[in-house]
Write a protein that binds this ligand. Structure first.
Ligand code: AMO
Length: 429
């Protein structure tokens, strides 16, 4: 049996009339019409109509279920079908794999399935073109982000996910037994990416990170994908520029490379205006005050507050200069007001997409900040050591890829844009 296909379906066309082809894929539909059977065949690039005549061939596919895998040898010919520009007249059909019915979901989407059933049968769910388009888009987004950061001089790195002590403080850590030791799953590459600036200056990582948060929202997962950068000799405003470029380049890339996917998803991405609006935390508090939400300086912005701000600022915007007390130990204070920090969040409406800032690079300051936040500096000694080896001033950010995908696809639930999402309830498949 020859498994080599001569073409992807996406590369076939009406201009190839008379040409012999060998195509393979999944049976999307099968209809008998008099002496002919029409088979709709889909591969990852597209869909084609196959016409089957002749007793032997028809007999062979008589009990064939949809979503079975077949190889078709045939000839391109004109068609009368409205939905197709050509059809393939089958000479030979080989059944490679039979789908067992009933299937757990209808991947074509004629019968609506709820998200839980779909995620339980995720591999099959991907046969739905809408779902497949999300992940084709995701691939393009990753490609664009890698391209932009590489062009800006960032080097892609891989840091450990099994770690011996917390990177972001003690809360929300998954712990695991590491032989006879205690280990944790990394919450972020924060400490590693900072250390790497002393040798590589500009680094980025795209990876999964883990948070043991029992959050049941459409934007939280226990395993999420993060794009992280860290850059020596950059201040927080410089890395905000980098973030804006990364995001707007994704829009440009999608506009030229993801036209089909946008059509399938029924969306049309529009490049956001630049520069992204910047408001300080203090301004945000004032804006909320005008809306009748009175907050003290220093209060955190809760979901309801961010929703109100999201009504005022509907696209991408930065909230900068957060109070130091709301920020992690590694964030640098502002020179002119030590109660405020050189930090920012990138928002899309109510949704926080990224946070970042300038980091402390003075080990003594870092030690006292750890202690102030109730963390034990002794547990960070491996990290603090590197600050004695020539630590440059540096800044960076972490961007939630799943949340960005949810913005780009205009799909609220991050579970839809992650292949096998993990949340407090979901550990399988
Ligand atoms: P932070 O904790 O704000 O910052 O995370 C950065 C971004 O990651 C995404 N994110 C999540 N997405 C889905 N589910 C989650 N549970 C989840 N947690 C976080 C968000 C968020 O904005 N080390 C810093 C970044 C830095 O300063 O470089 C950090 O981890 O989009």
């Amino acid at each position: 049996m020859d498994l080599k296909r001569s073409h992807y379906i996406g590369n076939l066309g009406a201009s190839m009339k008379g040409q012999k082809v060998l195509v393979g894929g999944w049976v999307e539909d099968l209809r008998e019409l008099g002496k002919l059977t029409f088979l709709t065949l889909r591969d990852v690039t597209g869909v084609a109509q196959v016409v089957i005549a002749g007793n032997e061939n028809i007999q062979q596919i008589k009990d064939l279920n949809r979503q079975s895998v077949v190889l078709v040898t045939g000839t391109i010919q004109e068609t009368k079908a409205r939905d197709f520009a050509y059809e393939i007249k089958a000479d030979k059909i080989e059944i490679l794999s039979r789908a067992v019915h009933p299937l757990p979901i209808d991947p074509i989407g004629r019968l609506e399935s709820n998200i839980d059933n779909r995620l339980n049968a995720r591999a099959l769910d991907l046969r739905n073109q809408r779902v497949a388009s999300i992940f084709k888009l995701r691939h393009h987004v990753l490609f664009s982000i890698r391209k932009t950061l590489t062009e800006l001089g960032f080097i892609e790195v891989n840091t450990p996910k099994i770690i011996g002590s917390a990177s972001e403080g003690g809360a929300n850590l998954f712990s695991l037994k590491y032989f006879d030791k205690q280990a944790y799953l990394a919450q972020s590459p924060q400490l590693y990416k900072e250390q790497l600036t002393i040798g590589l200056e500009r680094v980025f990582e795209i990876a999964s990170f883990y948070r043991a948060e029992k959050s049941h929202t459409v934007r939280h997962l226990t395993e999420f994908s993060s794009v992280d950068i860290e850059a020596a000799f950059m201040d927080y405003t410089d890395v905000m520029e980098v973030l804006q470029t990364v995001v707007t380049n994704v829009f440009d890339h999608m506009a030229t490379n993801c036209i089909e996917e946008q059509k399938t998803l029924g969306i049309e991405v529009k490049k956001p205006n630049t520069p992204f609006t910047r408001i300080t935390y203090t301004q945000a508090i004032a804006e909320l005050g005008k809306e009748g939400i009175s907050l003290e300086l220093g209060d955190d912005l809760l979901d309801s507050h961010l929703r109100k701000l999201g009504e005022i600022h509907q696209s991408f915007y930065f909230i900068t200069d957060w109070p130091m007390k709301l920020k992690p130990f590694y964030i640098h204070e502002k020179e002119d007001d030590a109660t405020l920090s050189k930090s920012f969040d990138l928002q899309y409406g109510y949704l926080e997409l990224s946070s970042g800032g300038r980091r402390l690079h003075d080990p003594e300051k870092l030690r006292s900040r750890l202690a102030e936040q109730g963390l034990n500096p002794a547990q960070f000694e491996d990290h603090l050591r590197s600050f004695d080896w020539g630590m440059p001033p540096h800044s960076g950010w972490g961007l939630g890829l799943d949340r960005l995908m949810s913005v780009l696809t205009q799909i609220d639930n991050v579970r839809e844009v992650v292949l096998y999402p993990r949340d407090p309830e979901r550990l399988f498949p």
